[in-house]
Design a binder for this molecule. Structure first.
Ligand SMILES: Cc1ncc(COP(=O)(O)O)c(C=O)c1O
Length: 440
């Protein structure tokens, strides 16, 4: 047994069936480009580019170099009442890419922290404007907004919530999710049916009074639940209802920002501009944990009142604007710009879509859906054992086919590298097809 495998017992793995994995561990010890390497030297093709994080490929030399340089120049720096040059530069670079009007950027270390930060900013904004009555938050069923209490409360992933159901934050409602396999199965791109689901927000406004609602948070394309692209017109309708009632619209773009949809932000690709955007993952190409919350000028300005020597928002993390993470972020944005990464992502969309939809007539496949470089193949649950087929797919792909595939119950999720090579994608999907064939 390798040293890493022996030591596994002390390690409580996240979102993992610990005992099952530890019975038969297979440990990653390296990565390069589009592949992971295991301790025993096998190469695994990564169909999820990290965890939707690493679109420009693993161990990108420019990002690696920037991190190495930064860690020996300024390893850490407090960002409360002082700051560092890298955090300032990254904030400017990110806001330059952002939709018009979202010119302010608050740093976090993860998607979960970005979401909780955004919710706090939304509540603080209304209070600063003298509308402290706006306290309700609206999320959506099946939404994923991380695992902290705020994000979990507005989120709608049942398994994540049920253990903590009595302790979720109060004053939260959920709209219905937008997946409708009966009407939209095998849609390429945005589904045609479901715009009316946005009117759930109008109903909640009638129920509570729109003037009591602080914010609505949605993933523009729901990712972690198994890729639910928004129905045509749905996000625009949400925007209209928010405008009518003075509610802030938050797009959780932790997956979708930085190229996943072939644009810096999903808001730009989908042509609906929210008031707040949460990000993480692709901001540093996954190399160092960092997230950012982007807010409209009006929101930032609402906080910038009162005596100038006063802290305006009592919120922040020890590592907000960490110089090494920020250097990784700057280098990632350089790579995206120099290599035309977002254009690369756009240019492989069609091929990715065709590969996914070639599974349409495959045994047990009940839906295929995709938008940008986010895609999913949904397989029918086995009678009495939901999730079993998906779990087997993951394991067999990982162990036998040397392909990393993510399953969420019986949905297989894919987020290819922006610079994927067509033949490598084809080879990996062929392997996945064989594994799927072998599963009863
Ligand atoms: C939309 C969305 N929000 C928040 C998160 C949480 O991010 P993290 O795991 O970095 O806390 C995720 C993670 O996948 C996500 O997809």
């Amino acid at each position: 047994m390798s040293i890493a495998a022996k030591k596994l017992d002390s390690y409580w793995m996240p979102f993992t069936a610990n005992r099952d994995f530890k019975n038969k561990p297979r440990v990653i010890s390296g990565a390069s480009g589009h592949y992971y390497t295991t301790e025993d030297g096998s190469k695994l093709y990564d169909t999820l580019s990290g965890l939707w994080t690493t679109g420009a490929g693993h161990c990108h030399p420019k990002i690696v170099e920037a991190v190495q340089k930064q860690v020996e120049t300024l390893d850490y720096c407090v960002t409360f009442q002082m700051t560092n040059n890298k955090a300032i530069e990254l904030a400017e670079r990110v806001t330059n890419l952002a939709p018009e009007g979202l010119n302010h950027c608050f740093f976090t270390n993860s998607g979960s922290e970005s979401v909780d930060t955004a919710l706090k900013i939304a509540l603080g904004y209304h209070r600063a404007k003298g509308e402290g009555n706006r306290t309700r938050l609206i999320g959506r069923e099946s939404g994923y907004h991380g695992v902290n209490f705020g994000g979990m409360s507005v989120g709608g992933m049942v398994n994540n919530r049920k253990t903590f159901s009595a302790n979720l934050i109060p004053g939260v409602d959920h709209m219905r999710h937008t997946l409708n396999i009966e009407k939209n199965a095998f849609t390429r791109g945005l589904p045609h049916h479901g715009i009316e689901l946005a009117d759930d927000l109008e109903q909640l406004c009638s129920l509570h009074g729109g003037n009591n609602i602080a914010a609505v948070i949605v993933e523009p394309v729901a990712g972690s639940i198994g890729v639910y692209p928004p129905p045509i017109g749905y996000l625009k309708r949400l925007r209209e209802i928010c405008d009518q009632h003075g509610i802030l619209l938050i797009f959780d773009e932790v997956i979708a920002a930085f190229g996943r949809l072939g644009a810096p932000f999903a808001a730009q690709r989908l042509e609906v501009i929210p008031d707040i955007i949460t990000t993480a993952k692709g901001l540093s190409n996954g190399v160092i944990p960092i997230g950012a919350v982007l807010v409209r000028d009006t929101i930032y300005e609402a906080f910038m009142q009162g005596p100038e020597s006063m802290v305006e928002l009592f919120h922040g993390y020890t590592y907000s604007g960490h110089p090494v993470a920020a250097a990784a972020g700057i280098a990632a944005l350089d790579v995206y710009e120099e290599e035309g990464t977002f254009e690369q992502a756009l240019s492989i969309e069609q091929h990715f879509e065709d590969l996914l939809h070639s599974f349409k007539d495959q045994k047990n496949v009940i839906d295929v859906r995709n938008f940008g470089l986010m895609g999913a193949i949904e397989i029918a649950p086995r009678d009495g054992a939901p999730g079993a087929r998906g779990g087997e797919m993951h394991k067999k792909c990982f162990w036998e086919a040397n392909v990393v595939v993510r399953n969420v119950m019986d949905v297989l999720c894919f987020s290819p590298f922006f610079n994927s090579k067509p033949d490598e994608m084809e080879k990996s999907f062929l392997k996945i097809r064989h594994v799927l064939d072998s599963i009863e």
